[in-house]
Structures are given as C-alpha cells and as structure tokens.
Design a protein around this ligand. Structure first.
Ligand SMILES: [Zn+2]
Length: 168
C-alpha cells in the first residue's frame, strides 16, 4: 500500500486484526521512508456503484477516495479511524440501499456532510468549505444555505479531491 504522505510504494504492516463488528480487517501500517503511520481496512464489496458527475462523466464509486477526503477533514481531530470507517460503511450501505447503480455525485457529498455533522463539527465545516468550492447544483446551494453556509466558489468536478492538497 502506497504511503499517503510521501508516495513511497511499499509500507510495512505493523498490526492486523478484525474490526469490532468483524466486517473488516484493520491494518496499521508504517512507511519505512518517512515514518508516516496510517491505517487501512480490507472488506467485502457487494455492489458496484457508479457516480455521475456534474460534467456528465461517469466514474466507479471509489470508497478509498471517500475515506481519504473524510480523513483529510478529520485530520488532528480526536476521532478513532475505526469510527470513520464505520461512518463510511454506513454511508456506503445507504448508497447501496437507494437501489440505484448510478448516483449523482452530490448525493454522496450531502450524505457525507450530514454524517460528518453528527460526528464532528470542525470536520464538518472543513469538508463543507472544500466541498462548496466545486458545487453548483441548485439542490446543493439550497442545502448549504439551509446549513448557513454560502456557495460562491464553484468548479467542474463533483468530488472533494482538492482537500488532499491543503491538508498537510
Ligand atoms: Zn511515507
């Protein structure tokens, strides 16, 4: 597994055990290059979801990308990675239970924001402030205004990838 901090392709597994609910294997990893520590999870994937972006492009739903954006938002917050993992599992289950194989990207974004709001206010505001920079859907603008947030900046894409940059 590639180190998320320095990009070193190999990391060492220091510990490996099932999560509390037994639904995943949690691995603690250490990067031999930069000393960075991170956690990965291995789990069953039941269903393939496709995300429909605002640009009209379709892309396979990427759980790891979702985890990364949430990890960035929760950085240095006192939150156990396993809680984030459970939160993501809950989101994925809800997405799967919508019964559609294709979902607009804002559906995911709004679900993440609601889950983060319940989890940690700071992480929520961070995520929201990144997210609003590239949203322009009217639904989302309404959602933000309901949440008391503005929606001035916009961009093409529907995913909070830029969050990864400002994080370190
Ligand atoms: Zn590293």
């Amino acid at each position: 597994m590639r180190c998320p901090f320095c990009g070193e392709p190999e990391s060492q597994v220091k510990d490996s055990r099932p999560t509390e609910d037994g639904a995943a294997i949690r691995r603690r990893r250490l990067c031999p290059q930069c000393g960075g520590r991170f956690t990965t999870f291995e789990r069953v994937q039941l269903r393939e979801l496709t995300i429909l972006k605002r640009s009209g492009r379709r892309t396979p739903f990427d759980r790891e990308k979702l985890v990364r954006s949430i990890t960035v938002a929760t950085r240095k917050r006192p939150i156990d990675p396993e809680r984030i993992e459970r939160m993501v599992s809950g989101i994925v289950r809800r997405l799967e239970s919508l019964g559609e194989t294709e979902l607009p990207s804002h559906v995911v974004g709004e679900m993440v924001m609601k889950a983060l709001k319940a989890l940690d206010e700071v992480a929520y505001v961070r995520y929201a402030s990144v997210y609003r920079d590239f949203r322009q859907s009217e639904d989302f603008a309404r959602f933000l205004s309901d949440e008391g947030l503005s929606d001035d900046g916009v961009s093409e894409d529907g995913e909070p990838v830029s969050a990864a940059d400002g994080a370190r």
